[in-house]
Ligand binder design. Sequence first.
Ligand code: HEC
Ligand code: HEC
Length: 315
Amino acid sequence: MKKVLVAVVALILLAVGGIAVKFYALSPVARPAPDVHAPTSPEAIARGDYLANHITGCTTCHSPIDDTVPGDVFIASRIGAGRDFGSEEFPGTVRAPNLTPDKETGIGNRTDGEILRAMREGIAHDGHVMFPMMPYTSYANLSDEDALDIIAYVRTFKPIKNDPGPTKIDFPVSMFIRAVPKPVEKSPPPEPTEPVARGLWIMANASCAECHDTIDDKHQPIPGKHLAGGQHFTFSKGVVYAPNLTSDKATGIGAYTDEELMRVFQEGIGKDGRPLWVMPWAALKGQTEEDKRAVIAALRTIPPVTNQVPHSQMH
Ligand code: HEC
Ligand code: HEC
C-alpha cells in the first residue's frame, strides 16, 4: 500500500515538474524580431492614425487618461506617454509602456520589427511574454500593411520622458500566459469590406469582448456567454457594469434601435440617457459613419443570451 502511494506521489511530482518545464523551458513560442520597415508616407501615417485612435485603441491604453470626463478620454498633450492601470482589476500590476520616441523611457531605440512582434506576437523587446490585456491575440489578425501603418503613425508622437513602470503579473498567471504568444509568419488577410465581417473585425480589434464577455472568477470567458456582459469596473465615480451586448430583447440590446446604438458610439449616451464613463466611446466616436453602421450590423448577429446585468452605481 505504502509503495503504491509513494509511486503515485512520485508520478504526480513528475507530472507537475513536467508541466513547469513545459511552461518555463519550452515556452514561449517566439522568434527573433523580423526585419521589416514601416512606411513613412503621409497616406500610411493617416491610415495608421485612424486605426490606432479609432479601431485598435492603442492611444487610449498607452496615454494617461483624464478621469474627470466620461468616455476614457486621454490627455492629448501626453499622447503615447504610457498609462498605469494599477492592480485592482488584475492578477498583478499592469502598466502600458511609453510609446513615444523618447530613447530612454519610450520606443526610440526599438526597431520596427521589435514593435511589430510585440503588437502581433506578444513578445516584448526584452523577450518577456506580455500580459494579453495588450491585445496581441486580436492584433495577430492585422495585415502586415495595417500593422506597419500603425507603427508609421506611432513614430510621429512627440517624445515624452515618462516611465509608468513595468507590468508585473503574479504566479501562477505569469506561468500560464507563457503559452499565449505565437509567431505570425505570413501576413493575415486585408481588412474585410462586407459590413458584418468588417463590424466583427472592428469589434475584435477594439477588444469589445474583453470587457463585455461574461467571465468566471478566474477572469476566463464563460463558453456560451459571448458578449453577455456583467463584468464590473470600479473607478473614481463608482462601479459600472458592462451591459449584455447580445441580441436578447429583455436583457441585451435586441430591443435597441440602430439610432440608440449610434448615440452610444457617437455621443456616449446609454439607452437610459446616462453618460457612459468606462466604455471607450471617445475613441470609437472618430470612426466613419460606415464603420459605426458595420459594428451595429455585426452586433445584430450576436446570438441572444439571457443575462440580467446589475445596475451601475455612481455617486
Ligand atoms: C487594452 C490596453 C492596450 C491596448 C489597446 C494596446 N496596448 Fe500595447 N500594451 C499594453 C500593456 C498593458 C502592455 C505591457 C504588457 C506587458 O509587458 O506584460 C503593452 C505593451 C506594448 C508594447 C511593448 C513594448 C515593449 O516593451 O517592447 C508595444 C510596442 C505596444 N504595447 C504597442 C501597442 C500598439 C501599437 C497598440 C495598438 C495597435 C497597443 N499597444 C494597444 C496595453 C495595451
Ligand atoms: C474597457 C471596457 C470596454 C470596452 C473595450 C468596450 N466597452 Fe462597451 N461598455 C463598457 C461599460 C463598462 C459600459 C457601461 C457603463 C459605462 O461605461 O459607464 C459599456 C456600454 C456599452 C454600450 C451601451 C449599452 C446601453 O445599455 O446603453 C454599448 C452598446 C457598448 N458598450 C458596446 C461596445 C462595443 C461595440 C465595443 C467595442 C467596439 C465596446 N462596447 C467596448 C465597457 C467597455
